[in-house]
Design a protein around this ligand. Structure first.
Ligand SMILES: [Zn+2]
Length: 466
């Protein structure tokens, strides 16, 4: 299932001023339950993890150049979105794939491949302006605010695992973390529109042509090819007509001065003189051995043969009140918010070096239920949908879960990892304390029949003693 988030976010946040055809678009930040200080904390914790996981380029010349662009853009953030607590930092990752991301509160990571793919400094600035806009508009925590009342208390400190712990792309991660990677690194279309528009405005104010941001997005989209979209596009989905929307906004903007450092050619040739950037696979292979058990798949394999569910069973007691019986060839993988049971090879690595679960089942508890199973289930499913734009409900039915009233919703999805259709079954039941127990089964569609039988058996024999 796809890694952190795209999809439907239903907030109308970009409002065109009517009557002033040439006026720049007015942006309004979404409501946010988090404090800016919490944004900073979340971002710092995640950034610390990322620095451990990803190879930074650590080239002073590159860093200085990126820093200069970044600071110019930061000073172009409109006053209403400038948060004193935030500290914008810019680090170059020695990675080949085109990507860039920014964390709440300001830490930004730019892949070397992004710079290499750009044809002008302004294109690089365009991506950075877009990322800074997400941070300034606090999209990560705003998404968490409206997404999941369920996870408010659990967000802090968890994002790091969701981002780099190896499961960031999977619905499983979305489930167990209730969408942390989702909330902080993947954005819905409304947020994307906002970041495009605000980014364009900041570029113009900083002295860069905003149209170059549109050009860069085109380059990135074209890079995908082969049916697999670049990680950047999966985290920053095209809100629709992106290229034209940015150019239209640019029509209302006046580029103030010229921020171009004139160093781009030198930067490019400096990069060309270095040994090649590492691929995600190489990065993953380099850290093999320190990966959490069960998440290290041989590098380079994007799919592996997975043994079907064994007819034999094993029972586990993942929490005080649960007894879970699963096929004996499924191993438990404990996460912070739940346990995943998957066969060997059910974890696969995607083209960003992250792993996801393609075959397996996860059990966890979502906190903060309203007492209405249907409504709580819908909220959980909406969280998934945000992370998985291809997720479609196929149907929902009442089905006992561990002997109590439950709901099972079957969904179709397209695996980000394999690009193949997959089937997802989300089952929920209420616990005595009002929290929601959820069981999520994921399997490739062509194996869904076999797996659904196994998942169903798990749901039936599950014992809940809360
Ligand atoms: Zn974006």
């Amino acid at each position: 299932m796809r890694r952190p988030a795209r999809a439907a976010v239903a907030l109308v946040a970009v409002l065109a001023l009517s009557g002033h055809p040439a006026a720049q678009t007015k942006i309004k930040a979404d409501s946010n339950k988090y404090t800016p200080a919490q944004d900073v904390q979340i971002g710092q914790e995640a950034a610390a993890e990322i620095r451990k996981e990803l190879p930074l380029l650590n080239d002073q010349r590159l860093d200085d150049w990126v820093e200069r662009i970044g600071q110019r853009l930061v000073s172009a953030i409109p006053a209403e979105f400038a948060h004193n607590e935030f500290r914008y930092t810019f680090e170059v990752v020695n990675q080949k794939e085109i990507n860039a991301f920014a964390l709440p509160g300001g830490p930004m990571f730019l892949n070397r491949g992004m710079i290499e793919a750009a044809s002008t400094e302004a294109e690089v600035a365009g991506v950075m302006a877009h990322e800074i806009s997400h941070v300034a508009l606090r999209h990560g925590t705003a998404q968490a605010t409206k997404g999941e009342k369920f996870q408010i208390g659990a967000v802090l400190g968890q994002i790091a695992g969701a981002v780099v712990g190896g499961t960031a792309g999977s619905i499983i991660a979305t489930t167990s973390q209730l969408g942390l990677g989702t909330y902080f690194l993947k954005f819905g279309r409304a947020a994307e529109s906002q970041a495009d528009i605000l980014g364009a405005q900041m570029l113009a104010r900083a002295g860069y042509d905003p149209r170059q941001m549109a050009n860069m997005f085109k380059t990135i989209e074209a890079e995908g090819g082969g049916g697999r979209q670049p990680e950047f596009m999966s985290s920053h989905p095209n809100p629709g007509n992106r290229f034209n929307a940015i150019n239209k906004e640019a029509d209302s903007l006046k580029v103030q001065g010229n921020a171009d450092s004139g160093q781009f050619a030198a930067i490019k040739s400096r990069l060309a003189g270095m040994s090649a950037a590492l691929t995600a696979e190489q990065i993953a292979a380099n850290k093999k051995g320190q990966a959490p058990a069960g998440t290290s798949t041989p590098a380079g394999r994007t799919s592996v043969r997975v043994e079907p569910p064994s007819g034999r069973e094993r029972t586990y007691q993942p929490g005080k009140f649960l007894r879970v019986t699963v096929p004996s060839n499924w191993q438990p993988q404990e996460g912070r918010d739940g346990v995943t049971y998957a066969p060997e090879g059910g974890f696969v690595r995607d083209n960003s070096g992250r792993t996801a679960t393609t075959h397996g089942l996860q059990i966890g508890v979502a906190q903060g239920g309203t007492g209405n199973l249907q409504r709580d289930t819908e909220a959980i499913l909406q969280g998934f949908a945000r992370s998985n734009p291809n997720l479609r409900s196929v149907g929902s039915r009442r089905e006992a879960l561990g002997g109590r009233t439950g709901l099972t919703t079957v969904l179709s999805n397209v695996s980000d990892v394999s690009g193949q259709p997959e089937t997802v079954a989300v089952s929920t039941a209420q616990l005595k304390d009002g929290n929601i127990l959820f069981v999520v089964g994921v399997s490739p569609r062509e194996e869904a029949q076999v797996y659904e039988a196994a998942f169903k058996r798990v749901r039936q024999v599950l014992q809940i003693a809360d």
